[in-house]
Write a protein of this length. Structure first.
Length: 73
C-alpha cells in the first residue's frame, strides 16, 4: 500500500508540474521593442585584443614558472 501511495503522490506532482509549465509556455510574446525585422543594426565593437593580450601574457608567465620549477626539481 505504501508503494501505491508514493507512486500516486509522484504522479500528482508530475501532473501539477506539467500543468504549471504548460501555462507558462502559453504566454504570448510581448515583443522586445527592438528594431523591426530587416533593419539590421551595426555590430557592436568588442575590445578583444586587450583581454587576449593579458591572458596570453599570464599564460606565458605561468608556463615559465612551471618550467623553472621542473628544472630545479
Amino acid at each position: 500500500m505504501h508503494h501505491v501511495a508514493s507512486s500516486l503522490r509522484l504522479l500528482g506532482a508530475c501532473l501539477v508540474f506539467s500543468l504549471v509549465t504548460l501555462s507558462a509556455q502559453a504566454q504570448t510574446d510581448p515583443g522586445s521593442g527592438g528594431p523591426v525585422p530587416g533593419n539590421q543594426p551595426d555590430p557592436t565593437a568588442v575590445p578583444i585584443d586587450g583581454g587576449a593580450s593579458l591572458l596570453l601574457a599570464g599564460g606565458a608567465a605561468y608556463a615559465l614558472n612551471r618550467l623553472r620549477k621542473r628544472r630545479t626539481a
